[in-house]
Design a protein around this ligand. Structure first.
Ligand code: UTP
Ligand code: MG
Length: 497
């Protein structure tokens, strides 16, 4: 027989059996809770495997309850296993991974829970919910997925973004990331999810995300999301952070002072706005309006002309969202360097001067390079790079834009303000900078996570370091970096993770 619990199954995940709870406190992998099925495995082998896993920091539950995330069986008869599982009346079997022993042995060998792959799954022969579309194995890493700008699951990903942002405002990083990861997985699907059962093989979708999806599928909306959207604090923080130069900390500070609108902020005595925030308010209407591809091209032409007057050896390349094929962006990002190593140092200063002389510079914040070639790549995912860079607001004349400007209704001006970022690495770091600035943020985050966890390498916008060989790896193209990492090359337009 299968090993069945002698005591009634606890209803809630928050109330697991007392003894396994104590062990879970000491365990390393708290999110994975294994249950080993005794049939075929036998009692003594089950007991041995339980001890082995616990000694390696895994949580192994003695009884099958809603707390279990991974059911492992040596029984290849999937029909009898699934019939037994369904008889346990767990609240949602679709959230449990039902796995072959190979997942367990792989995890023991690696000393950590390995990602669940299709080969590990013991599939239900008669699944309760029919699949909407065949699911190929989807990697847990965004850098192993191809994600175009076509999002077939926007109803879910928009909702997840609201939830993620709300967690961000409340400084709950883990949950924020969990929703962004889930959104990223759904964005990569070439099909629309029509039932939660169809997501069974997908990584990064937890109980909470699936519950939100179920609600959206059933009612066309998520009540949790609606509650957040109508919440005054959330609305105010979103409004304040939409100003160039205002981050979540400043927004929170203003909210705590009782401020709820821009006019209240601007009228409040004692509020000091830095230069960036002043420009943010001054040009708010323009820079909160999306920049079109045609406008991005026109900005590129202006910078290209200016830079080639300064040096014939300049290299100017569009990066960021527009390089990924987006039709609209919140800014335009460029990499600017020169073929002569070391000469890039003064390039940004010269271009800022030139734009100023032409009367095109509405704001500029220049940050000199602090790049140190001997430094190892950063462990932090969102660390700023050390190359010289500038954050600009430029005046763009409508006559330079094919098809005209993106204009607000009733705006009769012949120009608009556009946010532009320029980064200037030494030419031998060009490929790393291009890879880092092309984004998306989730793609970058997972490239670095993949490098560290799967390859024992450190990657950032400056370099790639192999920890097993103790050496930096050189690259002249992005493809070289993918090759070093043993990853299939993903085109920029497939990096919209
Ligand atoms: P953006 O914030 O411009 O995002 O950063 P985006 O993808 O172009 O999207 P929109 O349309 O403007 O909103 C572009 C990339 O540059 C990296 C970010 O990680 C992102 O992937 N970046 C940005 C850096 O690496 N360092 C920085 O200092 C700034
Ligand atoms: Mg951008």
């Amino acid at each position: 027989m299968f090993h069945a619990p002698a005591t009634p199954r606890p209803k809630k995940r928050s109330k697991p059996a007392q003894d396994s709870f104590c062990r879970r406190e000491e365990a390393t992998f708290q999110d994975v809770r294994i249950f080993l099925v005794e049939r075929k495995m036998g009692r003594s082998r089950r007991s041995f495997l339980t001890q082995l896993a616990r000694s390696k920091g895994f949580v192994v539950e003695d009884i099958l309850s809603d707390a279990v995330t991974h059911v492992v069986s040596e029984d290849s008869q999937s029909s009898s296993l699934w019939a037994w599982l369904k008889g346990r009346s767990l609240s949602d079997l679709s959230t449990v991974n039902v796995l072959d022993i190979s997942w367990f042995t792989d995890s023991m060998r690696e000393g950590r829970p390995v990602p669940v792959e299709t080969k590990h799954l013991i599939q239900d022969i008669l699944p309760e919910a029919p699949k909407a579309a065949p699911v190929n194995t989807v990697s847990q890493y965004a850098c192993q997925r191809r994600t175009t700008t076509e999002n077939n699951n926007r109803i879910f990903t928009d909702a997840f973004e609201v939830l993620a942002e709300n967690y961000e405002f409340n400084d709950i990083e883990g949950r924020c990331l969990a929703f962004r990861r889930a959104a990223s997985v759904l964005k990569s699907l070439p099909w629309a999810v029509r039932c939660v059962g169809a997501t069974q093989d997908l990584p990064c979708l937890g109980e909470h995300t699936k519950a939100v999806m179920k609600e959206i599928l059933q009612y066309g909306r998520s009540f949790e999301v609606e509650k957040i959207l109508s919440d005054e604090r959330c609305q105010t923080l979103k409004l304040f952070t939409s100003v160039f130069g205002v981050g979540p900390k400043t927004a929170e500070k203003w909210y705590r002072r009782g401020l709820r609108s821009f006019s209240e902020v601007l009228a409040q005595p004692g509020i000091h706005l830095n230069r960036m925030q002043q420009s943010g308010f001054l040009h708010y209407g323009d820079i909160s309006r999306a920049v079109s591809k045609a406008e991005a091209r026109a900005v590129g032409n202006i910078i290209d002309e200016a830079v080639h007057v300064i040096t014939p050896n300049a290299i100017l390349a569009l990066t960021g969202g527009f390089r990924r094929g987006k039709d609209f962006g919140h800014d335009v990002d460029f990499i600017l360097t020169t073929t002569e190593l070391g000469k890039e140092e003064n390039l940004l200063i010269s271009i800022i001067e030139s734009l100023k002389k032409q009367g095109l510079l509405l704001f500029s914040d220049y940050q000199a390079s602090t790049f140190d070639i001997s430094k190892l790549p950063s462990h932090r995912f969102e660390a700023m790079d050390h190359f010289a860079k500038c954050f600009l607001i430029l005046r763009l004349e409508g006559s330079l834009v094919e098809g005209g400007l993106q204009r607000a209704q009733g705006d009769g001006r012949e120009w608009r303000a556009v946010r532009v970022d320029l980064v200037s690495p030494p030419v031998d770091r060009y490929a790393y900078t291009m890879l880092g600035w092309t984004g998306s943020r989730m793609f970058e985050r997972d490239l670095r996570r993949f490098a560290r966890l799967e390859r024992q390498m450190l990657l950032d916008n400056h370099a790639l370091y192999d920890k097993t060989k103790n050496e930096f790896l050189t690259a002249t193209t992005e493809k070289d970096i993918f090759d070093h990492l043993g990853l299939e090359y993903i085109e920029p337009w497939q990096r919209n993770a």
